[in-house]
Design a protein around this ligand. Structure first.
Ligand code: F6P
Length: 534
């Protein structure tokens, strides 16, 4: 099926996207979908009805609906770790049963959610206080999935933030923890250690440093600590009171975990009601994914467009461009979601892939990106499909004039990427400006925009908790469908292990001042030179 798509792409690769609009007056509405409050436009791509039919046949051939149902029903689809994949259960608020190994997990999911809610409400209301009084600051220590999701959501939903200040420490670089803790009062701070495994070395080191920081002033530091983990015995060893420990199960992957207790900092920031709407939004996307027909199924459509651009057209990167300053951490969040999930080189049976795995995802909030890398998007030699996201309304009604400028910029960029500006057009502009022929011949070539650069736009009314929940769940399911089309396991991440192992060995070498002949001479040399700089 890939071959047929590649052959078709070869036929149509040079045609203008604008010509598709000329041929089909209804293209804008035919190549877009409105699902309640999410409007997704993919008409500014080189996809036509034939492409779409081929892509649909491709996804059908993967038995996507059976795979989707297997995921939702708790089958052990993460085969290399022999685990179910049930982050969707964390937002299944109606509590309908979900079974893992014939045990209904929903009572325990709801019980944990209740425990998290009670704890966060006590903190928000001041009933739970630190040695110096009401908790004013909460510090989440975690990395990867135990940081990116909560940090991104807390930032995105700032207008709803009415709880204590939230800070995030992830990097083992001492500069990170120093810069955060040095501004805080330990007597009025709660530290959350968020780690699925409770073994991640960066998190454990930061947790210990935070504990030492707090112990200098606070008599019972453990009381001002909470933990979120699947490894309760390890949180016990750390000395965190059981009442402040929120467990979850191994059927929640790290990068899919913000919906459960890993979202503790989100609930503390926003309160239970807003968190509920966040979960509800995600649940609505789950229902949509489970019930919408293929043509209108947003996660499937996004996945098909992703595969078209990456595996078929060979555009290896994908730019995520939220025209929403508060979503400026979304690209980093999606980097983990997409690249940790679909950056694999073997299929489910361990056979080498004979096509590229998932895309390289990167991006930045608009309009900032326009003044940084958009030059390359418009005139560079590579084609980079762009994914725009934008809200129709802002939260700051009194600054509506800013929002109109933001929207204009967003819509202008996708238009410019597609339309471009030809040499002839530039010359005629110069003529209109009254420039002589000699002056503009040389200049004109630099002002040409090749155009024909594909983009999609996701438009939503306002960045509310519910809409953000939907958007994140949309991307999660898109990653699942793309992974399914590629035939890979989107739920393991063995590729991060080797570096971790070597870092441990190197830390011993660095701290014990020893040497290792097993290391490559470049690495040995780096160690030697670094030591001369100590
Ligand atoms: O870097 C790999 C990884 O395992 C991610 O998948 C995970 O989100 C992150 O480390 C943090 O892991 P943990 O929550 O166990 O500390």
């Amino acid at each position: 099926m890939f071959d047929q798509l590649v052959r078709y792409f070869d036929k149509v690769r040079d045609r203008k996207i604008t010509s598709l609009f000329d041929q089909d007056k209804n293209r804008a509405s035919e190549f877009s979908v409105l699902v309640e409050d999410l409007f997704f436009d993919f008409s500014k791509t080189n996809i036509d009805k034939v492409t779409l039919d081929l892509l649909k046949a491709l996804v059908k051939s993967t038995k996507i609906f059976e795979a989707r149902d297997a995921m939702f029903s708790g089958e052990l689809i993460n085969t290399s770790e022999r685990r179910a994949v049930l982050h969707t259960a964390l937002r299944n608020l109606d509590g309908s049963s979900v079974y893992v190994n014939e045990i209904d997990i929903m009572p325990s999911v709801l019980q944990t959610l209740e425990k998290v809610k009670v704890f966060s409400e006590r903190l928000r209301s001041g009933q739970f206080s630190g040695q110096g009084g009401v908790i004013t600051d909460v510090v989440n220590i975690g990395i990867g999935g135990s940081d990116l999701g909560p940090a991104m959501v807390v930032k995105a939903l700032k207008p709803y933030h009415d709880g204590p200040n939230c800070h995030f420490i992830s990097n083992v670089d001492g500069a990170h923890i120093h810069d955060v803790l040095s501004k805080l009062n330990p007597e009025r701070t709660l530290v959350i250690i968020a780690s699925k495994t409770f073994t991640t070395s960066e998190t454990m080191k930061n947790a210990k440093t935070a504990y030492d920081w707090m112990s200098k002033v606070v008599n019972h530091p453990s009381f001002q600590f909470a933990a979120v983990s699947t490894a309760v015995e390890k949180t016990d060893e750390f000395g965190i009171p059981r009442g402040h420990v929120f467990g979850f199960e191994d059927w929640v992957g790290g990068r899919y975990s913000l919906w459960g207790p890993i979202g503790l900092s989100i609930i503390i920031a926003l309160g239970a009601e807003a968190f509920h709407s966040f979960l509800n939004g995600a649940h609505e996307m789950d229902v949509h994914f489970k019930t919408a027909e293929l043509e209108k199924n947003l996660p499937i459509l996004l996945a098909l467009i992703g595969v078209w651009h990456n595996q078929i057209c060979n555009y290896s990167t994908r730019a995520v461009l939220p025209y929403d300053q508060r979503l400026n951490k979304l690209p980093a969040y999606l980097q983990q979601l997409e690249m940790e999930s679909n950056g694999k080189s073997v299929d489910l049976d361990g056979r080498a892939l004979n096509f590229h795995s998932g895309p390289i995802v990167w991006g930045e909030a608009g309009t900032n990106g326009q003044h940084a890398f958009f030059q390359l998007l418009h005139q560079g030699t590579r084609i980079i499909p762009c994914e725009f996201l934008v809200a129709a309304q802002s939260h700051e009604a009194y600054l509506n004039h800013h929002h109109k400028t933001l929207l204009s910029n967003c819509f202008a960029q996708s238009e410019a990427l597609m339309q471009g500006r030809s040499f002839e057009e530039v010359c005629s502009m110069f003529k209109d400006e009254g420039l002589g022929h000699d002056e503009f011949e040389d200049q004109a070539r630099h002002r040409v925009f090749p155009g024909n650069r594909p983009s999609t736009t996701l438009l939503y009314p306002k960045l509310t908790p519910k809409i953000l929940g939907k958007i994140i769940a949309l991307y999660e399911h898109r990653v699942f469908v793309e992974g399914k089309i590629l035939g890979i396991n989107s739920f393991d991440q063995w590729g991060v292990e080797l570096g971790k192992e070597l870092a441990n060995d190197l830390e011993t070498i660095l701290s014990e001042n020893s040497e290792s002949k097993e290391l490559n001479t470049s690495t040995q040399n780096l160690i030697k030179i670094a030591k001369t700089m100590w």
